[in-house]
Design a protein around this ligand. Sequence first.
Ligand code: CP
Length: 314
Amino acid sequence: MKNYFSIKDIDSIENWVNEAIELKKNPLANKTLGTDKTIGLLFFNPSLRTRLSTQKAATNLGMNVIVMNFTGEGWSLEYDDGAVMDQGTSEHVKEAAQVVSQYCDVLAIRAFAKLKNREDDYNEKVLQSFIKYATIPVINMESATGHPLQALTDAITIIEHKKKNKPKVVLSWAPHPKALPQAVANSFVEMMQRMEADFVITHPVGYELASEITKGVSIDYNQKNAFKDADFIYVKNWSSYEDYGKVSEDKSWKITEEKMKQTNNAKFMHCLPVRRNVVVDDAVLDKENSIVIEQANNRTYAAQLVLKKILESK
Ligand code: CP
């Protein structure tokens, strides 16, 4: 495997999830695979889980890790070919990606959607530029439109917790005061389409995800109805795709204990970080059915599996 850009890079979800679960049982089984290899983690946005779990995954494989917070520390990068760089940008991605490729064996990048221009975000300018000019494999640690490490984690977590072959999985929008990208929701939808699941998305009118991503998926604008008999409730806020970047704080969509009672004793999932009592009530997050901490733990094994596959194919 060259790059891990989206879940399309996974040939078999079933095999990958099973392999990740095996890695979890014995995380140090391949502790020399990455000896004398270096991964560079470049962050254009904040992180807790992605940064630490990817670093831990690399360490479990014996790799060296270099981390750089680009915003504030790195030169401001230019992505447009032929740009006359007499304004804010100091270095072109063409040089930056090639230079980093000399210091590292694998590169992982986080670069969120800017939510200003939908075309720019959905063209994945930052990640695709690095993929174009880097001479080493590139891993997506959440780009403008996708978070494939999170989606692999979510698949592992659902497989570990499901009690029936085809569980009902509901992706529910919830309110948030800030404009958040659609990346996590997009990758989760793509993952659910490849898994055995009775999958439903529920969100307010106007918060539809890109139709090419949700094609064929059941959408219910009535959250209460969607929650009925659900085995998993996966919660995430995203800003509008249609009215690009528009925020809604509609409190009637907050996840409450009352709403969870409509479900089939569903497990509660969220990629974190989560705003307590805005997105979801304490009463839901603090209940035993909330598996968000286990979900975050699985980030390590998702990242470790991706790294293992890249190192094995080098
Ligand atoms: N879920 C997730 O990606 O968490 P961080 O933003 O903390 O990395």
